[in-house]
Design a protein around this ligand. Structure first.
Ligand code: COA
Length: 257
């Protein structure tokens, strides 16, 4: 599949999705959102792809938010519809049982911050900036930000960021738990790729069961989901191999089956 606004590359099990509008700081217009939805669907169906990294093109931005040019023409009805559309796309990222990691290489503002929060983990470059500045435009976060931000950083900090529109630096994002780690920009993709390779060295059925169990965190039936997924992993060849390898004091050779 070819994309107008994204670069997609799958190598050795790792799919890298790069939003490719660097001259507009990778602002999320309708086409970008549609293509992200298509790319995530293709990733979930691709048996050769086990983990996705989402990043932005160029040295300045992950994504500087919803495209304000497009946004300007919305009214009450089309605004609500577009919010719902963005939510569906970002929910699909969050619902993936293959891990999706944001490599935040610069501005992650508004919808860009929301995109990063829909990913399962976030690593940031030292120059990254995070914020929900919608209040400056007379609107609010519309792609899940009011729900995901409090989950990640707690209610009071989410309120502070949302009603002030304040933009924070990467080290502050790390301090409040918004990101998993911060590295220099030139090291970011290498760092995230090494983490992805670590995950790839594990049993992928176990990784995916872990994801499904973790995603039921704080939801009704979460403990039962954990038990079901535990049972699924106990039925795999990788489980037999992993436990046998431990008993035989050697490394496991997983077949992802
Ligand atoms: N939507 C549409 N275009 C955007 C954009 C957005 N969210 N963010 C940046 N751009 C465009 C700018 O209009 C500019 O285009 P131009 O060269 O055709 O004029 C280009 O990207 C570069 O941005 P610029 O503002 O010149 O860069 P900067 O380094 O001076 O400032 C930011 C960077 C991120 C601080 C600034 O672009 C900004 O505040 N963007 C909007 C952030 C925002 O409010 N996001 C939430 C939207 S709901």
């Amino acid at each position: 599949m070819s994309y107008n606004t994204l670069l997609l590359d799958t190598q050795s099990g790792i799919t890298t999705l790069t939003i490719n509008r660097p001259d507009k700081l990778n602002a999320l217009n309708a086409e970008v959102l549609k293509e992200i939805g298509e790319a995530v669907r293709a990733f979930s169906e691709d048996s050769a792809a086990h983990i996705m990294i989402i990043t932005g093109s160029g040295p300045k931005a992950f994504a500087a938010g919803a495209d304000i040019v497009e946004l300007h023409s919305r009214d009450g009805q089309t605004g609500a519809d577009f919010s719902r559309y963005g939510q569906v796309v970002f929910d699909a990222i969050e619902a993936s049982d293959k891990p999706i990691i944001a490599a935040v290489n610069g501005f992650a503002l508004g919808g860009g911050c929301e995109l990063s929060m829909a990913c399962h983990m976030r690593f940031a470059s030292a120059n990254a900036r995070f914020g929900q500045p919608e209040v400056n435009l007379g609107i609010i976060p519309g792609y899940g930000g009011t729900q995901r931000l409090p989950r990640l950083v707690g209610f009071a900090k989410a309120v502070e960021l949302t009603i002030s529109g304040n933009v924070i630096k990467a080290d502050e994002a790390l301090r409040i738990g918004l990101v998993n780690g911060v590295v220099e920009q030139e090291d970011l993709m290498q760092h995230v790729t090494e983490f992805a390779q670590l995950v790839l060295s594990k049993s992928q059925p176990a990784v995916r069961s872990s994801m499904r169990a973790l995603m039921s965190f704080e939801r009704e039936g979460g403990m039962e989901r954990e038990a079901i997924e535990f049972g699924i992993t106990c039925g795999t060849n990788d489980f037999k191999e992993g436990t046998l390898a431990f008993l035989e004091k050697r490394s496991a050779n997983f077949t992802n089956s």
